[in-house]
Design a protein around this ligand. Structure first.
Ligand code: PBG
Length: 386
């Protein structure tokens, strides 16, 4: 006997027991909850529900994608992407002081003394993090329009690089190439009459890159968005005998408001105007492919998209048009948003952070620069995922 109203005649689904509660107004002013008794019959079209050999309802559906989701082991077996500490680059803020300063808009991040930076890198190392990128906060009286401090061999970055490489020789130490931390104008390049000079800036960036290479960095990461800087930096490095130093190009770097907390951290807000004459317009996607082609031709080893989460489409498009590794920068503002929501108890930080990092990988990022690098690696270890 059919206990369900399926099969040929009528194809009615009749719940055998009350299953739902429905709101009914017994008087115009009062709504009371009464159980749904099933007297309202829900019509299911003929032939949709059949009965299987066990007397259970059967929808004649052969492909069932849920089979590949039926257990955690099955889900792990068919998972398309994974994240691992090997994919992360951990950004570290440094300054030339003896103690650390918390960054209010980036809970959990600090401006480190060099000693503390080393301790943090070693701590991250034990969870599998191997790559770091350094961002300095430079004293105001060392700043100038031409940003000469950027290639001072005894500046904070070269010292930090040597310390890191000495303590962790197998690490990958990346350095940011741009003038903004050193610029009295708060811009990535030299300013003249309110304009950012392209080729004059490149000369400085070449010196900065060579200085960082001499200190022992493994990767230089130009984040300035001047035209032609990747090729020029490549030549400058090669001419000095640093053919092995890699270039991680900020290929599609957008003029984004998501960098706000980073600029708080380094006190590097633009002195005037914005960065829209050199960083990309957030409304543009195709333009990223022009930058991609140029950086490839100029000898970049890896290409980056920045910010990350609002630009997943750009990550995918870059991935589809290059054979070079693609990096995504999960930037300061993205980190701050998660932290703020988590602090209020509105989001589960651990789940949301790991999901976010996974989504970068799904979109096509091989590498992720993230302030969560250490924490996420810890979580992945705890969850037995690595
Ligand atoms: C500097 C630089 C910036 C970031 C990385 N390198 C800021 C900017 O371009 O103004 C932002 C990183 C972040 O927000 O986490 N050229």
């Amino acid at each position: 006997m059919l206990s369900f109203g399926f099969a040929s005649a009528g194809a009615l689904v009749q719940p055998s027991a009350p299953r739902h509660s429905v709101l009914r107004a017994s008087s115009p002013s009062m709504a009371v909850l009464t159980p749904f008794t099933g007297e309202e019959l829900i019509q299911v079209p003929d032939g949709v529900l059949r009965e299987n050999a066990k007397g259970r309802p059967w929808v004649d559906q052969r492909p069932r994608p849920r089979r590949n989701r039926k257990s955690e082991s099955m889900r792990r077996m068919v998972r398309e992407t994974s994240i691992s500490p090997a994919n992360f680059i951990y950004p570290l803020f440094i300054h030339d002081e003896d103690s650390n300063v918390a960054i209010a808009s980036m809970p959990g991040c600090e401006r480190h003394s060099l000693k503390s930076m080393l301790a943090e890198a070693k701590d991250a190392w034990q969870y599998g993090v191997r790559s770091f990128v350094l961002f300095p906060k430079v004293d105001d009286n060392l700043k100038s329009n031409r940003g000469e401090e950027a290639y001072n061999p005894s500046g904070i970055v070269p010292r930090a690089v040597s310390m890191l490489k000495e303590a962790l020789p197998d690490s990958i130490v990346c350095t940011d190439v741009a003038l903004d931390p050193y610029s009295s104008m708060g811009h990535d390049g030299i300013v003249e009459d309110g304009r950012i000079l392209n080729d004059e800036t490149i000369e400085q960036l070449c010196k900065q890159s060579v200085c960082q290479a001499r200190a022992g960095c493994d990767v230089v990461a130009p984040s300035d968005m001047m035209d032609g800087r990747v090729g020029a930096i490549r030549d400058a490095l090669d001419a000095e005998g640093f053919a092995d130093v890699s270039i991680l190009a900020y290929t599609a770097k957008y003029a984004s408001a998501y960098y706000g907390p980073f600029r708080d951290a380094l006190d590097s807000h633009p002195g005037f105007g914005d960065k829209k004459t050199y960083q990309q317009d957030p409304a543009n996607g195709r333009e990223a492919l022009i930058e991609c082609q140029l950086d490839e031709l100029e000898g970049a080893d890896m290409l980056m998209v920045k910010p990350g989460l609002p630009y997943l489409d750009v990550i995918l498009r870059l991935k589809q048009s290059t054979n070079l590794p693609v990096a995504a920068y999960h930037v300061s503002g993205e980190y701050s948003m998660l932290k703020a929501a988590a602090e209020r108890g509105w989001l589960d930080e651990r789940k949301v952070a790991l999901e976010t990092l996974t989504c970068f990988r799904r979109a096509g990022a091989d590498i992720i620069l993230t302030y969560y690098a250490k924490q996420a690696s810890k979580w992945l270890l705890e969850d037995g995922l690595i």
